[in-house]
Write a protein that binds this ligand. Structure first.
Ligand code: NAD
Ligand code: ZN
Length: 258
């Protein structure tokens, strides 16, 4: 299909579907300047993420892990939602029936939801994502069930200065899913229900290698509902996509959803 025809076809599929599942990954934040783990600028002090993003690493050296998250928070704070995040947020505020499931922990969908809602004088809630992997802008307690927003810098100079739980005093940890940990049950259930109900699926910026996230889009395809893929590179979804828009999220999403 030539590009104009592909765009028109994808628009029709998505705009006419009563219920749409949107699945996003690290690629939607690439144009915001959020480094991927393995891309340029993604590595920290020569550690691999697998050495830091684990419960064992946190148990062994919480100061080191918090120092890394402090650095990542700083990187993300210097970034802003891009045209792709904003087009999605406006689309979700303008119509019902869209579920946004993200693997990203960078809180840029949330920031885009608030920006778009401010412009419209609306409530951002309908544009908030279902987070499969948590958020680096949140913390949760290592002992009790306290969890809260927490964006600011972290003093990781000593074990004693790390953030502590206001309810029980135990150490707080980033509210993200680490290697080897289960995904949050409530988010999983909401994503599974959205995948079962969707009349179409839009996949943006995810290679599709990480399960169970990729499986939600594949569920929609298996139910023989159309998939639209926006990604400049090859993905695991390409063979099942009704339309592949091989562009960046920031360039492709505004004309697709606007
Ligand atoms: P991935 O690295 O496997 O795939 C990224 C995809 O984005 C690739 O297919 C690539 O072609 C595409 N891409 C690159 N630039 C793009 C652009 N401008 N527009 C659209 N697509 C673009 O990412 P993944 O599938 O999300 O899996 C990586 C894992 O790492 C996930 O578990 C995620 O939670 C985590 N992670 C998250 C962030 C974040 O929160 N921003 C950053 C790094 C890693
Ligand atoms: Zn606590």
């Amino acid at each position: 299909m030539e590009p104009a025809a592909a765009l028109a076809r994808a628009r029709t599929l998505l705009l006419e579907a009563p219920r749409v599942l949107v699945l996003t990954g690290a690629g939607i934040s690439a144009e915001s300047g959020v480094p991927t783990f393995r891309g340029p600028g993604g590595l920290w002090k020569d550690f691999r993420p697998e050495e830091l993003a684990t419960p064992e690493a946190f148990a062994r050296d919480p100061r080191l892990v918090w120092e890394w998250y402090g650095w990542r928070r700083g990187l993300v704070a210097a970034c802003a939602p891009n045209a792709g995040h904003l087009a999605l947020a406006h689309w979700m505020l303008g119509r019902a029936g869209i579920s946004l499931v993200t693997q990203n922990v960078d809180a840029l969908h949330e920031r885009a939801a608030r920006e778009a809602a401010d412009v419209r004088g609306a409530d951002p809630a309908p544009a908030l994502p279902i987070r499969l992997h948590g958020s680096i802008a949140r913390v949760r307690c290592t002992r009790c069930d306290h969890a809260a927003d927490h964006h600011g810098p972290v003093d990781a100079s000593a074990r004693e200065t790390l953030p502590a739980c206001p309810a029980c005093g135990a150490l707080l940890r980033p509210d993200v899913v680490w290697f080897g940990e289960a995904l949050p049950a409530a988010a999983m259930a909401r994503a599974a229900a959205a995948a079962q109900a969707a009349d179409a699926c839009l996949v943006v910026g995810t290679a599709g290698a990480v399960q169970p996230a990729a499986g939600f889009a594949m569920t929609v395809a298996r139910r023989r509902r159309p998939l639209v893929v926006v990604d400049p590179g090859p993905t695991a979804f390409d063979g099942m996509a009704e339309v592949k828009l091989a562009g960046s999220a920031g360039a492709a999403l505004p004309p697709l959803l606007g």
